[in-house]
Design a protein around this ligand. Structure first.
Ligand SMILES: [Zn+2]
Ligand SMILES: [Zn+2]
Length: 199
C-alpha cells in the first residue's frame, strides 16, 4: 500500500493496472462513515494516466506508513534487508517526534498559529506549479485553513517549509460549494506569509 522508500501509495488504475502516487497527487480525502478501527478514507487522486481515480486507504496507512510505523502487510512482505530499513525509518521517526519535531504541520488561520497535523486531516489539494494548495481541517479547532506549500512539505515527513502561504479566509467545510470556493481563493487571492516554526 505505501512504499516507504519512494514515498508512494499504491492504488488501482483502470488503464495501467497500478498507480503509485505521492500524497501531493491526492486531490480530495473523505473519511467514510462507519468503520472506526481502522477508519477508512476515500481518496481521489490524480493518476499518471491523466485521469482522476478513487481509492480507499486505512488511516494507519495514511498517517503512519510514511513514518515507517505500522506499515503492515506491505512491509512484512519485504526482504529482511528492507525490513531493517523500515525499522530504521520507524526508529528515526520515533526519535524525531520524541524530540518535538512533527512529520507534518500547517498554519491554522483562525487560531493564528502553526499546528502539527497528520495527512488524514488534509481535505482538498490543488497543484499550482511547484506549489500545492492544501485545505486542512484543524485537529484542534476543527476549522478549515488553506495553506500554499511546497510538494515536499506534503510528500516528505519531517520536511516542513520554513514559511507557508496562508489564505486569509476561514472555509466552510461542509457546504457543497466549498471546493469551488477553495479553487477560487487559491488562484485569486494574495496570501499572507506565516512562519511555520513549531514551538
Ligand atoms: Zn490511471
Ligand atoms: Zn485550529
Amino acid at each position: 500500500m505505501y512504499d516507504v522508500l519512494r514515498s508512494r501509495y499504491t492504488f488501482a488504475c483502470p488503464t495501467r493496472g497500478e498507480a503509485r502516487v505521492s500524497l501531493s497527487s491526492f486531490r480530495r480525502l473523505a473519511r467514510l462513515p462507519g468503520a472506526a478501527h481502522p477508519a477508512v478514507f476515500q481518496v481521489e487522486f490524480e493518476c499518471a494516466c491523466g485521469e482522476l481515480h478513487v481509492g480507499l486507504v486505512a488511516d494507519d496507512d495514511l498517517d503512519y506508513a510514511p513514518l515507517g510505523l505500522g506499515g503492515g502487510a506491505f512491509l512484512n512482505l519485504m526482504t529482511s534487508t528492507l525490513d531493517a530499513v523500515a525499522d530504521e525509518f520507524a526508529e528515526d521517526s520515533a526519535r524525531r517526534i520524541g524530540a518535538g519535531e512533527w512529520p507534518w504541520s500547517f498554519f491554522c488561520y483562525p487560531e493564528e498559529r502553526p499546528r502539527p497535523v497528520f495527512p488524514s486531516s488534509f481535505w482538498l489539494l490543488a497543484p499550482g506549479g511547484r506549489a500545492v494548495g492544501v485545505a486542512v481541517r484543524c485537529p484542534v479547532c476543527t476549522q478549515v485553513s488553506v495553506n500554499v506549500v511546497s510538494t515536499e512539505h506534503v510528500d516528505l515527513p519531517f520536511h516542513n517549509d520554513a514559511s507557508v502561504g496562508v489564505v486569509p479566509h476561514v472555509f466552510a467545510a461542509d457546504v457543497p460549494q466549498a471546493l469551488e470556493e477553495f479553487r477560487a481563493e487559491l488562484y485569486s487571492s494574495a496570501f499572507d506569509v506565516r512562519r511555520l516554526a513549531l514551538e
